[in-house]
Design a protein around this ligand. Sequence first.
Ligand SMILES: C[S@@+](CC[C@H](N)C(=O)[O-])C[C@H]1O[C@@H](n2cnc3c(N)ncnc32)[C@H](O)[C@@H]1O
Length: 382
Amino acid sequence: MPAFDFADFFRRTPDDDGPDLITIDGTDRFLLDEAPHVHGDALRHPGAVTVVDDQRGVLTLGVLAVHGADDVRVVQDSLVSERALESIAGTFGRRGFHHPETYEDAFTDARLVLLRLSKSHDRLDEVARAVARFAAPDVVLLCGGRTKYMTLSQNDVLRRSFGEVAASRGRGKSRLLVAQDPLRAAANRAAITDPWPRRVHLDELGMTIAAHGGVFAGASLDLGTRVLLGEMDAAVPTARVAVDLGSGNGVIATEIARRRPGLRVIATDVSAVAVASSRMTADLNGVGDRVRTVRSDAGDELDEGSAQLVLCNPPFHADTTVSTDAAEAMFRNAATILQSGGELWCVWNSHLRYRPVLEKTVGPTRQITRTDRFTVTASRRS
Ligand SMILES: C[S@@+](CC[C@H](N)C(=O)[O-])C[C@H]1O[C@@H](n2cnc3c(N)ncnc32)[C@H](O)[C@@H]1O
C-alpha cells in the first residue's frame, strides 16, 4: 500500500478554504504508513486496533479516517491528549473510538497496537506486559518514537513480554520498534508477580507508595517533595480542604491526610496513571475515605473557592521538553481554587524564577525555606 498523504486527507475535509487544522509529525506518519504492512488484516476488523499515548489524536484519527478501522480502543495517559482527540475527531465528524477504563478492556483480543513511545521505560513495560497478557496471539505491537530519545534498552523492555522484537531503519527523525509473539504463558504467570502497580514501603514516612509505570518518581519520594513535607505542618493549619496539585504517586495528599485527621484532600493530576497511583497510595495508607482523586489539566476541573490550601510540586518537563507552561497554569488555577486568604505552598528548583510569577498570579509570596537545590514558598490569595 502506498504511503497516504495525510495533508491531502485534511484538504478533503470540511472547510476546503481554511488552513489545515492540524499537522501530523513524522513519527505518527511513519506509524500510520507501516500499520497496514505489519497487520493489514487487523485494520479491517472492528475492535482489533488499540492506540496508546496518541499525543494529539492524530494517530487515532488516521487509523479511522485513512485506514478505515472501526471501534478503535484508545489509551491516552494525558487528559490533554484525550481532549485533543475529542476535539479533532469532532471537527472532522469522526467517531468510532472509545477510551476503555482498564488495560484488560483496552487490550483483550487486540491484534494491532500502535504506541507512541514516551521517555518512560516503566510506562512501556507496564503496557507491553498488559498487551502480551490480554491481546490476541497474532498481535503486533508497533511502537514509534523520535530516534534521539530512543535507546536500546527499550528493545530489552519489549523482550520481557514478546518473543520477537525488531527495530526499523530510521526514517527522518523517527524509528519504529515491532514486537510480536506475545509471551502469553509467561505474562500470565508473571501476572501473579506483576511489578505494576509497584508498591514500596518507605520507612522514612512509614508509608507504602504505589506507582503505575510512568508516574513521576515512581514509588519513591522525590527530593523536592521531601523538602515540602518537612515544612508542610505550618501550612494553613485551619484548612478544611487541601488540594495536591499534580499529585503523581499521591505521597503529598496521603501524608497531609494522615497528619491532619479532620482534613479532606483532593489529589489531582493530568495523567491517568498518576491519578490511579494517588488513589491506591491513599487507600493503602488508610486515608482513602478523605482523599478524592480527580483527573484534570492543572486543576481545571476543581471548583472556584473550594480549598484553603493548595500544595504543589509542579512539573518542569512535558515528556522530553523542558517547559514551565504547566506550572504556570497550575499557579493560575490555584488562585481560582483558593478561597481568599488561602495559600499555595509550592516547592521548586531554586534556579527557576517562579517567585515573580507566583506574586503576580496568586498573591504576596514569602520564602519558607531554601536548600541548595529547592525553594519552598507560600503565596497568599488576597
Ligand atoms: C514534579 S511531579 C510531582 C508529583 C508528586 N506530587 C510528588 O510530589 O511526587 C509533577 C506532577 O504534575 C503532573 N502534571 C504535569 N502536567 C500537568 C497538568 N497540566 N495538570 C495536572 N498535572 C500535571 C505530572 O503528571 C506529575 O505527576
